[in-house]
Ligand binder design. Structure first.
Ligand code: GSH
Length: 212
């Protein structure tokens, strides 16, 4: 089994942290970022979807999408459960994990991909042709991340963890989202003390430290 990885990328960290929380060893990893923070030509030729994380099984089956990869790891190694152990908990984990991805990670991606010179002409991931940056998306992304922080503040005022009374994949994606937002110049606002408390708590987990 091989995990095609970009160490800095938040979506790859979602998978690395999930595997470590499972108590599994990380699969063999192949770093796919070359010059100028670009996927290497060899990787794109092998995987024209041009996106990581990508998992390759020993029989040659390949699949990307962090959620799909983590679902595979949960199925082959069910404990500790991270995707929900009842129909209701699974639905809640899916909902909060998706919100963290759509609002936190994608909101920050809008800011970074449309604002940083390193992503000039690469406004979208998973696309190999030129995609010009749209500067107006920086402000829109910042608004999205502000709403993400507000929504998670309300939730974490009521709950120790994001989706449940225990740690789940929703916390993993939320942590990756917050750390990516911090990198993108959007630290946790002072008005979000519950997010700060939760962030300090989950950041201290060994899997959080080792996956960073
Ligand atoms: N929906 C995908 C998103 C994956 C994604 O956006 N990956 C980024 C890194 S975080 C990527 O492959 N970027 C390639 C590039 O920028 O060329 C998932 O959840 O795994």
């Amino acid at each position: 089994m091989k995990l095609y990885n970009w160490q800095f990328a938040p979506n790859c960290r979602r998978v690395r942290m999930f595997v470590l929380e499972k108590g599994m060893d990380l699969p063999a990893m192949s770093e796919v970022i070359g010059d100028g923070l670009r996927l290497t030509p060899d990787f794109i030729q092998m995987w024209p979807h041009a996106i990581v994380p990508l998992l390759e099984l020993d029989d040659g089956t390949r699949f990307s999408e962090a959620m799909g990869i983590c679902r595979y790891f949960e199925d082959i190694n069910p404990e500790p459960n991270l995707l929900g152990s009842t129909p209701v908990e699974r639905a809640l984990v899916t909902m909060w994990e998706r919100r963290a991805y759509d609002e936190g990670i994608i909101g920050t991606a809008e800011v970074v991909r449309n604002g940083l010179e390193a992503f000039h002409d690469r406004g979208l991931p998973g696309v190999t042709e030129v995609v010009p940056q749209i500067p107006a998306l920086v402000e829109r992304g910042q608004g999205r991340v502000r709403r993400f922080y507000d929504k998670f503040e309300s939730q974490l005022r009521e709950s120790r963890y994001v989706a449940s009374d225990r740690f789940t994949f929703a916390d993993i994606t939320s942590l990756c989202a917050v750390d990516f937002a911090i990198f993108g110049g959007m630290p946790i606002p002072e008005a979000c003390p519950s997010v700060k408390r939760w962030h300090a708590n989950v950041s201290a987990r060994p899997a959080a430290v080792s996956s960073a």
